[in-house]
Structures are given as C-alpha cells and as structure tokens.
Design a protein around this ligand. Structure first.
Ligand SMILES: Cc1cc2nc3c(=O)[nH]c(=O)nc-3n(C[C@H](O)[C@H](O)[C@H](O)COP(=O)(O)O)c2cc1C
Length: 183
C-alpha cells in the first residue's frame, strides 16, 4: 500500500491572480502525491462550508503595501481552531521574496511574524514565495512602482508584460516536505 491519503485544504487570497496560480499549482502537486485537495479562493468569495473538516491546510496570501488581504485574516479568525489542530503552512507571495537584499528579506520576515503573532497561528511551515508582475492587472502608478522595485532588485522585466519570479522547483520541494508531515 502507498502512503496515507490526506484531505488538504488550500486557501488563497489573490489580488492580481498570481497567488491563485500558486495555490492551484500546490493543490495539483498534492493531488499528484495522491492527496485529496479542496481550493478556496477568498478573493472570489468561494463558499467555506466544511472548511474545518480537513487533515491539513495551506493558506497562501500576497503582500500588498506591507500587509495581507483582510479576507485572509477573517478566514483565519473564523477557522483558527481547526487550522491549529492539524499540520498547516503559510505561503506568503511578494516581490520582496525575490530580493537578494538581507534587509528587505528581514522586513518580509517581520511582516509575516507580526501577522502570525496577531492571528495566534504557528504554522509548521512558513514559505516566502517570490511573486510576479502582471502589467495588465496594474494601474499606471502601481506599474511604475513595481517596475522600479524590480529594477532595484537588479532584475529584468519581461517584454510580454508578465514577469514571473516564482521559483516553481522550490515550491515543489515545499510540497514534498509538507506531504511528509501528512503520512
Ligand atoms: C499595489 C501593490 C502593492 C504591493 N505591495 C507589495 C509590498 O508591500 N511588498 C512586496 O514585497 N510586494 C508587494 N507587491 C507585489 C505583490 O506581492 C506581487 O506582485 C504578488 O505576485 C501579487 O500576488 P497576487 O497576484 O496574488 O495579488 C505589491 C503589488 C501591488 C500591485
């Protein structure tokens, strides 16, 4: 017999759609490992019925202006007892995670630590995932600001208008490690 199958809840809050993409990828990899997943996209107001009836959960949220979406916080508040009772992971998605600057990375760590402290949640894994810049999802000011952040990082922007900094292989390694907690 293969490893035990677990029911994993994958929750995301995504403004420009990249965290949703990441959450789908994570769910697909878990299913490849024979687990059963359910995705809830809080930004699309997906229903939450039965959200406490899982063996493990992964919450993914993007950083905007130094914080996470209020819908992620309220989900955490509503479901904290169930989330705390089983293996869990927090995926933060941001441009800071693509930086090589120790100060910027430390700032990201502080944002996540403060958020988790206030939520009273101590996940088994905290994974900082580098996000993306999708020009078409941004207004002019957002585009100018994000492009300048990318240049400060010493990175190039893709001419297509979609620049993806996510290290998908690293994300797959996280899924493997998380899966190990489920057996
Ligand atoms: C208005 C705006 C504000 C942002 N603020 C931050 C920030 O404070 N720190 C950061 O590291 N990234 C910031 N980002 C980058 C996003 O976290 C990144 O683009 C991420 O991939 C967005 O994920 P989403 O598509 O799921 O919303 C910001 C992006 C936008 C559009």
């Amino acid at each position: 017999m293969g490893p035990k199958m677990a029911r994993v809840l994958v929750v995301c809050a995504s403004k420009e759609g990249h965290t949703e993409h990441i959450a789908h990828h994570v769910a697909r990899k878990l299913e490849d490992a024979r687990h059963v997943t359910r995705m809830i996209n809080l930004s699309l107001h997906d229903g939450e019925a039965g959200a406490d009836d899982y063996d493990a959960s992964i919450l993914a949220g993007s950083v905007h202006r130094g914080g996470f979406a209020p819908e992620l916080t309220s989900f955490l508040m509503r479901h904290a007892p169930a989330i705390r009772a089983h293996p869990s992971a927090f995926l933060t998605v941001s441009l800071s995670a693509a930086s090589h600057d120790a100060h910027e990375l430390a700032g990201l760590g502080e944002i996540a630590d403060k958020y988790l402290f206030e939520a009273g949640w101590c996940p088994d894994f905290v994974e900082h995932v580098a996000g993306a810049v999708h020009d078409r999802q941004l207004n002019l000011i957002e585009k100018v600001v994000l492009h300048s952040v990318v240049r400060q990082h010493g990175e190039e922007l893709d001419a297509s208008g979609n620049t993806d900094f996510t290290d998908w292989k690293r994300l797959d390694r996280f899924v493997k490690e998380f899966s190990r907690k489920l057996v």
